[in-house]
Design a protein around this ligand. Sequence first.
Ligand SMILES: [Mg+2]
Length: 268
Amino acid sequence: MKRMTLLGTSVLVALALSGCAAQKPDAASQLNQQSVMALNWFQQSGEYRALAYQAFNFARLSFDNAPSLVGKPKAVIVDLDETMIDNSAYSAWQVKAGQPFADKSWSTWNQARQATAVPGAVDFANYVNSHGGTMFYVSNRDRKDAAATADNLKRLGFSGVNEKTLRLRTDSSNKQARFDAIRAEGYNVVLYIGDNLNDYGAATYHQDNAQRRAFVDQNHSRFGTQFIILPNPLYGDWESGLAAGYNQMTPEQKLQIREANLKAWNGK
Ligand SMILES: [Mg+2]
């Protein structure tokens, strides 16, 4: 009984201490904490998986329906992260470890080859590669992580992963030049698949959200046919699109910008 009381007291002391800490979380950990619900949805909900299957079901229909051009083989250009593979465990690590995104830890994650497949992605890629098409995996992962990335993809069952089809970031994260190169090689690119508007070309690169929304509205009829989008509430250029210079801001400033961007009812 006495032991229980002692244990109970120490638990209370621990709770009180953690309560004090929780009352004043620093801005950096508050930023990370705001990702928790998005991670819960991404990792746990059936709805996320349904959207991914829906995207790849549409992609397959569009691939099949795209007209064949004589002498120009069909190609599909896909992004990798949060399009074909799921890195949400890296984002969850950021929350648990209280760490911001950083090139070094991201590279360590890439080298660990622990990304999982997005639902429907492997079957779609292998369908394209076995039905007269070529999959091009165009990603802004760093070239130093190319071997690990290829290894990770192959282990998950993606076909056609090689030096010709895996095109990682060289000098710029703007993918337009890599897209143009694939077309210049004689491919009929029938479909672009991504989780970021920049996965469709240069039009939205370094643009704010008003411009990004305008691009989507102007191209609304292409979504589901030429452009396929996967949901990613964890990160993306939509976040830096919240304000000019967002990526250079302090955590306190980022929190203020996020709050200021809410469209709220006045409660009456
Ligand atoms: Mg991506």
